[in-house]
Design a protein around this ligand. Sequence first.
Ligand code: ADP
Ligand code: MG
Length: 331
Amino acid sequence: IRVIVRKRPLNKKELERNEADVLECDAQASCLYVNEPKVKVDLTKYTERHTFRQAPECRMPCRFDDVFDEQVDNSQLYEQAVQPLVGTIFRGGKGTCFAYGQTGSGKTFTMSPLPLRAAADIFSIVAQPSYSGLALHVSCYEIYGGKVFDLLNGRKKLEVREDGRRRVQVRHCFACFSLLDCRRISGAAARSTGSTGANDESSRSHSILCFALRTTGEPQKIVGKLSFIDLAGSERGADTYDNDKQTRLEGAEINKSLLALKECIRALDADARHIPFRGSKLTEVLRDSFVGKNARTVMIANVSPNSGSCEHTLNTLRYADRVKGKARRRI
Ligand code: ADP
Ligand code: MG
């Protein structure tokens, strides 16, 4: 697992409110500081500084592989985080890239251009004579309230089944023959998510786009897979105290899946014998992408820089740290 932290710039509203940027990235020292504004009991203000360090400079207390500040654009992010995974799928491997963070922290901004960039690279490799006989298939679905919906088929509910080899089969996919195909299909999926109500809806569901590289001859075999996951807003998990029953149930479900995801990655990273995939629908669906010798995962922890989001930002960084730290001492 590689963990990358990405900071977005302050937005117009935050600038208008004169909110401070509490995230300080110090590339030289490989440090990320969160300067949390606090108030003492006597109402004097002070700043609590939380330090997060990048690996390998420091083993404690926190380790991230990369910290990208607001200067880093989507292109650079693609090249550093995702491009290395493309080669993996041609070698029979699986790549998974997911974005974690509170709503508004930049998950969709980060994730949405990645599949097309990857597809362009995949097509250019498939065009080489030594790779002819391979085709790219794409599927898109959404997990909401523990159920899986097909974004390429009118949000039809999909059943999750395990085949004889314990591979979870939920896929309903389309073959893509060109980048244009791919753009059309992922565009349709994006509209299908958006149609029911913009960011509010998307913050309550996990959306997954999956590329499968298959052989074209019969029987078709999957050579490799590359998945992109835009997770539900991490703050949703904390909504469990909401008075509204529906929201409470949703929050509990999201909480469960984000915790299960963390536990699975930690267990995989530690080579544990038992991996708790059954902890949630999300992890059940991802099982196939996570197991196997050649499986690689990149987590992008998206964080908002404004002082009002400080608590969520700290929660995201701690989650990312726990995903990463298998041998972490108890404090
Ligand atoms: P999320 O999917 O986490 O809820 P979004 O991706 O929708 O968040 O981002 C919220 C807003 O912030 C969007 O308007 C988006 O364009 C903007 N934004 C996010 N990240 C960046 C960035 N790195 N640079 C510029 N704008 C960004
Ligand atoms: Mg989003």
